[in-house]
Design a protein around this ligand. Structure first.
Ligand code: AMP
Length: 219
């Protein structure tokens, strides 16, 4: 199963991706998570990416394309994967097409998560992430059992630096000017599905599963 998730920061891609990955047993490839891991470990890629990420900018295409190319060739991606946060530019989408053609991969679904500005701001400002396992919470909508602690691994939850107000504004601007174009790039494909991301994540998940059911049956 191969899925691409599109949508603005805060639309719920990460949470939905984790639910789909859990149900269908395929890895969740979040380019944001992979980059944060590289930044924490101070790798060559992490050091190159840090300044862009801190400023809400996109990390250059060449770095991202190499990173994704390497990741999808790993053993656990043999049966499929969910891409969350990639592609984010037309150049990345074109490179992804080449990778898919080369590996003879068909896309099962391209979900575009459409959310209002209010939903996005509310989701991002309340989002808390586990530093250790990457689990995602929301102070109101998906609270952890013990405040500030991850239900899954017990580690501390934190607010991402780039979820703070000033950087959020920049990220949303980058989405509007660079990433939103991907909707017209993909929307004519049969596997393209709109998801109303103003709904609760559980409802989005049901919608996504229904779409996948349809895609699976007709495919
Ligand atoms: P995310 O966790 O998906 O919101 O990504 C966090 C940050 O990582 C973004 O604001 C970008 O700086 C960087 N990033 C993640 N994915 C990409 C991508 N496909 N292209 C460029 N930069 C990316």
């Amino acid at each position: 199963m191969h899925i691409i998730l599109l949508g603005a920061p805060g639309a719920g891609k990460g949470t939905l991706a984790k639910m789909i990955a859990g149900k269908f047993g395929v890895p969740h490839l979040s380019t944001g998570d992979i980059l944060r891991d590289n930044v924490n470990k101070k790798t060559y890629v992490g050091n190159q990416a840090k300044e862009y990420m801190d400023n809400g900018k996109l990390v250059p295409d060449d770095i991202m394309i190499q990173m994704v190319k390497g990741r999808v060739l790993e053993e656990d991606c043999k049966t499929g994967f969910i891409l969350d946060g990639f592609p984010r530019t037309i150049r990345q989408a074109e490179a992804l097409k080449l990778i898919f053609d080369e590996l003879d991969i068909t896309i099962d679904a391209i979900f575009n998560l459409e959310a209002s500005q209010e939903t996005i701001i509310e989701r991002l400002s309340g989002r808390r992430t586990c530093k250790n396992c990457g689990a995602i919470y929301h102070i109101k909508n998906i609270p952890s059992e013990v405040e500030g602690k991850c239900d899954k691994c017990g580690n501390m939850l934190y607010q991402r630096d780039d979820d703070k107000k000033d950087v959020v504004k920049k990220r949303l601007m980058v989405y509007k000017t660079q990433t939103k174009k991907l909707i017209s790039y993909y929307e004519k494909q049969d596997s393209f599905c709109e998801i109303d991301a103003n709904k609760k994540v559980d409802e989005m998940f049901v919608e996504a599963c229904k779409d996948l059911g349809k895609a699976c049956k007709s495919g």
